[in-house]
Each structure stands twice: as C-alpha cells, then as structure tokens.
Design a protein around this ligand. Sequence first.
Ligand code: PXP
Length: 245
Amino acid sequence: MVEHIRLGVNVDHVATLRNARGGIHPDPVEAARLAARAGADGVTAHLREDRRHIRDADMRLLKDVGLPLNFEMAPTDEMFGIASEILPQACCLVPEKRQELTTEGGLAVHAGMNHLKAYVARLQDQGIRVSLFIDPESREVEAARMVGADIVELHAGPYTKATGAERQRELARIQQAAALALRLGLECHAGHGLNFETVEAVSAIPNVVELNIGHFIIGEAIFQGLEPVIRQMRSLMDAGRRSIR
Ligand code: PXP
C-alpha cells in the first residue's frame, strides 16, 4: 500500500466564476498556487472543447505552478495538439458531450479501443502518463489495460450520490475495480463528486493512490476559504488512510 494518498485539486470552477463576468478574477492559476501552499499534491484542469471554464492560456500557466499538472481532455486531435505543446505530467482522457453540465460517465473503453489506443500511445510518446476515466467495472479496467493506459481514474460519482446500503454497494464496486487495477499493474485514482462526507471511505481503499476533487472544494471555499478547505480534505484523506492499518 502507498501510505500517502495524493490530492489533486481541480480548479475548473474558479474559471467558471471568472468567466461569469468575463474578466480576470478569480484566477484559477492563483487558486492552484494557494492549493500548493495548502498541501495539494497536484493540480487538475479540464480544457473543454467549448472552453466553458479553463482556457488554453490557463493550461499553459498551470504547468508552471510547481505542482504536477493533470490535463483532463477529450480524446481529440485538437486536445492532443495542445497537450503535446504543454507537456503536462499526466493526461486524463474523459468522454465529453457539449450539452452536459459535467462529465456524466466514464469512457466506453471496451467499445472504442482502437480510437483510444492511438491517443494513449501518442501521448505516452510525448512522455505523458495517461489515465482513463472509467466507471468502476471490470470490463472497463481490463479494456484500459488492453489499450495500454498507465492509470485508471474510477468514477466516484454514483457512490457520492447514493445513500445507505446503495452507497455501500457503490463503494464495493470501486473497491473491486481498484483491486483488479492493481492485479493488472494499473495505477488507480478516483474522483468526481467527492466531499468531506464521502472522501474518507475512498481514501481507505489501499491501492487508490490519488483523488481528484474540484467542485466541492471550490464551492466550500466560499464559506471557509480555499486553504482551510484543502487542509481539511487532506486531513480526512489521511484519516481514511490511517484506518487501513
Ligand atoms: N475527475 C474527473 C475525470 C472529472 O471529470 C472531474 C470533474 O471535472 C473530477 C475528477 C472532479 O469532480 P468534482 O468537480 O465533482 O470534484
């Protein structure tokens, strides 16, 4: 087990707020610098085709904040070109639909292997580690292995939305997919919808080594400030990790 579970702070929604007024404030790059000071291990941002939040210039500046950059992107030639220029430490390939409010589900890796395989290889040729955002299903983990991904990021959304016994069932799906990823030699991350209430149990899954969290951190920062929220998230993640021993 990796003792330290990494926290990647997703700064997309700082840009959402900035863009609401068309100016330069609040700045997602400044948020990433604050995140670094508060103990984040990485910064994540999703450059969408419609540029609704993060823009190309943000991505370039985020590379120089001093934290590893996880560039979330759709598997398209346009995004491949930008990633090849910026050279982030990692790219997380996600499905993208124009009308969605946020990423709705994982990639259908098994159904689109040829398409994804080419992007995985082209990004890896640039020295970029490649992660695939997938639903916690064994056939998707296996397909991720087959297309040559380095990492799977398991979609935690259904777990975070469920309650009671259903939440436990969703957590078990993540645990099983994470165990399979380990057996297949894939690094395992998780993300989407995590908050103070749901983060500890996911952090207690031994082979999940990174969580990417955005909306809750940025929203809660309105009430508590960004650094205190990140510190609290960090300490809940550490508590989850300690509970394994
Ligand atoms: N991981 C992936 C692949 C995502 O698409 C998102 C949302 O942009 C996140 C993590 C973070 O989700 P949230 O903003 O709900 O914390």
